[in-house]
Design a protein around this ligand. Structure first.
Ligand SMILES: [Zn+2]
Ligand SMILES: [Zn+2]
Length: 363
């Protein structure tokens, strides 16, 4: 069987359409026909060589939903259901070693130094090549964790669960206390920020405030958050006053950085109350250091600063649940759909922030 894929041969060059021949695969592999592939903000950085993990050549795309073509041997999903040809599935984009200190002792497998990620650090030079979702098919290693999904949902919507959704659930999972009675500020209204906001409301947060720039994204967020603050219409000081007004002058209990910009911390640290929790979830590639006053920003206020790196298996399962129970919210998020051979346009569209969420769709 031949499958087309868009390959990044060199950083900062357009992806090229290539064909791959896949016949027999080793025992345990699952061959999946791609139904939808998410175009992530990090793909733009990866294509420019800004992610230190990424080799070339590579097929981009770490957010996939697909239909099983063939299982080489037998395989069950995370619920113990046998996987069969024709099943619709989503999978954990990361594959960890289950042997290292982080996988076994610390029980933090997302920090596994041997973690392989589809579309991020698995080159298509290696057999059987289809290790990214900007392709008509994906070859899933025997270790890949798979979850069957219902067929009554648009697969383009579910790609959000694969990366930003799972990371959002990891972010909220890192808060070891009840969200009831809490005010949460989410900085950024991209897919990650919107997912954090929807999930926080679902998990009982009493008030969710989002801060963003794009009027389209903010108006979408207004449907399910309590307060949406525009960076274009309000100054930083005005935004701070709004948050203080909402919290009896204390500041937010929890702030989530989902803007993908380290500079967001300089505002966020002024929005958080004494003893609050700050989760940094959006920064996914190396960035310039920021001027931070450790005494004033962190110590005196007794703030817990928590970096959130990628996600674990349970977060994917939770994210799929959130998407399937709020399909309408996430349907509105998919603003652009591209065919595979237009993946370069899709990347440009995401880079120029025209899309809320862009996907690559297949016939
Ligand atoms: Zn992503
Ligand atoms: Zn490991």
């Amino acid at each position: 069987m031949r499958f087309a894929a868009m390959v990044l041969e060199k950083f900062n060059k357009p992806l090229e359409l290539k064909q791959f021949e896949i016949n027999d695969l080793p025992q345990g592999y699952v061959l999946v026909r791609t139904l939808a592939s998410g175009v992530c903000g990090s793909d733009v950085h990866i294509a420019k060589g800004e992610d230190p993990r990424t080799p070339v050549p590579i097929i981009l795309g770490h957010e996939g939903v697909g239909e099983v073509i063939k299982i080489f041997g037998e395989k069950k999903d995370l619920n113990g259901e046998p996987i069969e040809p024709g099943d619709w599935i989503i999978w954990n984009r990361g594959v960890v070693c289950r042997k290292c200190f982080w996988c076994t002792v610390a029980k933090q497998p997302h920090l596994c130094p041997n973690r392989k990620v589809y579309g991020i650090n698995m080159s298509c030079k290696d057999h059987p090549h289809l290790f990214g979702c900007y392709a008509e098919a994906v070859t899933l290693l025997p270790e890949v964790e798979i979850l069957k999904i219902p067929k009554n949902i648009d697969p383009a919507i579910l790609v959000i669960a694969a990366c930003s959704g799972a990371t959002a659930m990891h972010t909220l999972d890192s808060i070891q206390e009840s969200l009831t009675d809490k005010t949460i500020v989410v900085q950024g209204v991209g897919p990650l920020g919107i997912f954090c906001a929807v999930a926080a409301k679902t998990m009982g947060a009493s008030r969710v405030v989002v801060i963003g720039g794009s009027p389209e994204r903010l108006s979408l967020a207004k449907d399910f958050v309590d307060v949406a603050l525009s960076r274009r219409e309000l100054s930083e000081e005005e935004r701070r006053k709004k948050v203080l007004q909402l919290t009896h002058g204390r500041g937010a209990d929890i702030v989530i950085e989902a803007a993908g910009d380290s500079n967001a911390l300089l505002e966020g640290l002024n929005l958080i109350r004494r003893g609050g929790i700050y989760l940094i979830a959006g920064v996914a590639v190396p960035q310039k250091p920021i001027p931070l006053s450790v005494y004033e920003h962190l110590v005196v206020k007794g703030i817990t600063l928590h970096g959130v790196w990628v996600s674990d298996t349970e977060h994917l399962v939770q994210a799929v649940h959130i998407v399937t129970s709020h399909p309408k919210v996430f349907e509105n998020l998919i603003t652009h759909r591209f065919k595979l051979d237009r993946a370069n346009e899709a990347l440009k569209c995401v880079e120029e922030r025209k899309a809320l969420k862009a996907t690559i769709c297949f016939d």
